[in-house]
Design a protein around this ligand. Structure first.
Ligand code: F6R
Length: 368
């Protein structure tokens, strides 16, 4: 059932072009207009939503962080994102016009389940993004968008994450369509760009050997840092989480702009630092990221730079350069996370660890 792969996780990473395509399937018409009839919340109610709170745990929480950037940009609805384990123990401000979005691959995570119960008690509407048909979280929600990743067996989430991102993008675009904050052509354009992502993920996967080689070269690292900005920041956090949980290496993800507020003190000679560089847009993000990379290099870090094809500016600052196909900034996490998954997987496998079943972890965390 591993289809010739040594680990489920490796198989699941390589399934991502298919999983992402399946999650898009049937959810838009040929003109790019979204059809999410499965959201059983009426358009009228969706127009009344004045606040969105995304709740989730672990990797799903990082998908939620990306969702916040996309949803606010496309819909102009204020969107917060919070760890389920924190949300459930505070006194959040929720009303009938609050939409709570619960993201859970398994649909059984206790913290996330308790958080949606907490939200529903206060009459907020709850929409689940989930990969497991008929699991508890969608059953207890008002509506659900299923991700079509197929069963995820490896404990570390991979295709679960990328398909959650797709579901979040679809939700944001659908809300924009219903509320009229973005118009037909614009929505169709983004849908079209997402439709090209499976091929682009495949291009990243086709270069897996480069990442495997890097993982083996860095297998003795005691600590690894990951830097990103904007939607690259949650990707940095996800890269660090994957490395911790699979390879038991100390790893931290930081927002690159925060370096000077403390973390830069950690940088010492030869420290590997992954840097997720946003596409060269019209904004300052790209340049700001480059200056972050310069700061760590000046202190002796070895930089592994993920940047889009054709970005020549990054070249002098990269000890290792990983190229990503071109996509708009908001969609880049679908591509930039792939090398980080491959890196953690290969490093753990190289160390002889149990990739599918890391120590101390369970696939669905049904206890607090
Ligand atoms: C990390 C990982 C976990 C889960 C988290 C939430 O690789 O898999 O951090 O993302 O336990 O699980 P779900 O999405 O099932 O609620």
């Amino acid at each position: 059932e591993k289809d010739g792969y040594d680990w489920f996780m490796r198989k699941e990473i390589f399934e991502q072009p298919r999983a992402v395509a399946d999650t898009l399937l049937g959810r838009h018409d040929e003109n790019g207009a979204l059809q999410l009839d499965e959201i059983r919340i009426s358009e009228e109610e969706l127009r009344e939503v004045d606040k969105i709170i995304v709740i989730a745990s672990g990797t799903s929480f990082y998908a939620g962080m990306v969702a916040k950037y996309a949803i606010e940009h496309w819909t102009r609805i204020a969107c917060e994102v919070e760890l389920a384990s924190e949300f459930r123990y505070r006194d959040p401000i929720l009303t009938r016009s609050t939409l709570v979005v619960a993201i859970s691959q398994s649909g059984e995570t206790a913290d996330t389940l308790m958080a949606i119960r907490h939200a529903r008690e206060q009459r907020a509407k709850v929409l689940a993004i989930c990969n497991t048909n008929g699991s508890t979280i969608p059953r207890e929600s008002d509506a659900v968008i299923y991700t079509h990743a197929g069963p995820e067996i490896g404990v570390a989430s991979t295709k679960g994450f990328t398909t959650q991102l797709v579901a979040c993008y679809l939700l944001g675009l659908y809300l924009a369509q219903v509320r009229g904050t973005r118009y037909g052509d614009e929505i169709a354009q983004v849908v079209d760009q997402i439709q090209h992502v499976p091929d682009k993920i495949q291009q990243v996967l086709d270069r897996a050997e480069e990442i495997y080689g890097l993982a083996r070269r860095l297998a003795d690292s005691r600590s690894v840092l990951f830097l990103g900005r904007h939607v690259g920041y949650p990707v940095a956090l996800e890269g660090a989480l994957k490395l911790k949980e699979l390879a038991y290496i100390h790893a931290e993800g930081f927002a690159a702009g925060e370096l000077k507020h403390g973390p830069i003190a950690l940088v010492e000679d030869q420290l590997p630092v992954f840097c997720v560089v946003p596409p060269r847009g019209r904004d300052f993000l790209h340049d700001k990221m480059i200056s972050g990379i310069q700061e760590v290099r000046a202190r002796g870090a070895r930089t592994i730079v993920l940047a889009e094809e054709g970005d020549a500016v990054v070249e002098p600052y990269a000890d290792v350069l990983i190229r990503l196909p071109r996509v708009p900034t908001l969609l880049q996490p679908l591509l930039s996370v792939i090398p980080l998954q491959l890196f953690a997987l290969e490093l753990a496998a190289h160390k002889g660890l149990d990739v599918d079943q890391p120590r101390n972890l369970a696939k669905s965390v049904t206890v607090e």
